[in-house]
Ligand binder design. Structure first.
Ligand SMILES: *Cc1c(COP(=O)(O)O)cnc(C)c1O
Length: 400
């Protein structure tokens, strides 16, 4: 089969895609139009937490599709109520708004914080709307979430930006504090910066932010679109630092591959009034039924402990690899990890790995000197060994 069979391609060009078309996926494996198989360490960018086409997602979709797909967000439906209850029962939050993408959930979080800031003015009576975010952070691709993001260059592509997102340096509490003004309403961060290169916020920094926000009457918002739903070995990454944030957003893993995201907050902060927030697809039962299936799988008593074991195994294997090939070590939390290459060979490794035959390997290089690993949370040790072996062969070819 030739790739040219797809030559009439009317898709808008938004990224440089390789000339392969994926036709099937199961677990850690993808198959392209020519029948070639790939070991997939991207998993839809940390989306497929149970791998490709997991049985529980297939079953939930099939069962719900036969019952009810879209009654409208103006009415209650059973799966959205049940999923909200499951999320609040297993987190420090009381209220949930469902969305279809991480960016949309973050937009909701920004709106909720601004609304809260308007409603509860500080002693000076100032309108509070500024949200301190971080250099190299990533919060999505809508105008407001791009403005909130600290990706270099993103301040000018679609200028003017949405105002009110001063940027602090991660893990530098004094810098955060220096940016607080009478207009500040919240601090928002990823517990581990994902797109920025798998950079964890330290436990001390998270605890420091919680103390600082309490002391100054500000909200603490965690963007757990990438780190939530078991990715770090805890159900939510904020649990790693023993704090309780005020607002959290989820996306990616919560739908196990289908478009589902969520905004969660504590009762005191739930200040949206009718008309403030909505969306045609929010809480639709087809997607929320999948969310229930995914969460039930993760809440099995041995699931998260197994994620931690596999994470330790992957971390040790990456360190070994680093020692063998004279690289700079590895970092991350749980099954969100990065290998520090020490040289800008990431993009070439990604291409060469993909083109390996007869079996390819899919990797990601969020920065040219890094490789990122986002396997399914139920990856097997054998699939970790196989990836390490393939990568070791590649690194030998790239020399030192
Ligand atoms: C992927 C991601 C987003 C954006 O999610 P979309 O579903 O692509 O809109 C936001 N925040 C973080 C931390 C992410 O990793």
């Amino acid at each position: 089969m030739e790739f040219s069979q797809y030559e009439v391609n009317a898709l808008l060009q938004i990224t440089n895609r390789p000339p392969v078309v994926f036709t099937e996926g199961h677990g850690m494996w993808l198959t392209d139009h020519s029948g070639k198989r790939y070991l997939d360490y991207l998993q839809g960018w940390a989306v497929n937490c149970l791998g490709h086409t997991p049985q529980c997602v297939q079953d939930a979709l099939a069962a719900q599709a036969k019952k009810l797909i879209n009654p409208s967000p103006a009415f209650y439906n059973e799966p959205s109520i049940a999923l909200a209850a499951l999320l609040t029962k297993n987190s420090c939050f009381d209220r949930v708004f469902f969305a279809s993408s991480g960016a949309e959930a973050n937009e909701g979080a920004i709106k909720l914080a601004r609304k809260w800031g308007k409603k509860f003015k500080n002693e000076a009576g100032a309108n509070r709307y500024e949200i301190i975010t971080f250099d190299h952070s990533f919060h999505g691709r809508t105008l407001a979430t791009m403005s909130a993001s600290g990706k270099p260059g993103w301040d000018s592509i679609f200028a003017p930006q949405v105002a009110g997102f001063p940027k602090a340096q991660l893990n530098d509490l004094a810098h955060v504090e220096s940016l607080i003004t009478e207009h500040t309403v919240a601090i928002m961060l990823e517990p581990v910066q994902g797109e920025g290169g798998v950079i964890p916020a330290t436990r001390e920094f998270m605890q420091g932010l919680r103390a600082l926000t309490r002391q100054r009457g500000l909200l603490l918002i965690v963007d757990e679109v990438q780190t939530g739903i078991g990715r770090t070995g805890e159900l939510f990454a904020y649990q790693l630092s023993g704090i309780e944030p005020d607002i959290m957003t989820l996306g990616k893993g919560i739908g196990g591959g289908v478009p589902l995201a969520a905004l969660l907050c504590r009762e005191e902060i739930a200040c949206f009034e009718p008309g403030d927030q909505g969306g045609t697809y929010n809480g639709n039962p087809l997607m929320t039924a999948v969310g229930i299936a995914v969460l039930n799988e993760l809440l099995q008593p041995d699931f998260l402990p197994a994620v931690k074991e596999k994470a330790a195994y992957l971390s040790a294997a990456l360190l070994d690899l680093s020692d063998q090939h004279g690289l700079q070590g590895e970092r991350g939390e749980g099954l969100l990890r990065a290998l520090k290459l020490g040289r800008d060979i990431g993009p070439q490794i990604v291409e060469t790995a993909r083109d390996l035959a007869p079996v390819g390997l899919l990797l990601n290089s969020p920065r040219p000197d890094l490789l990122r690993f986002m396997p399914a949370l139920n990856v097997t040790l054998a699939e970790i060994d196989q990836m390490i072996e393939m990568l070791s062969g590649l690194l030998s070819k790239f020399g030192h």
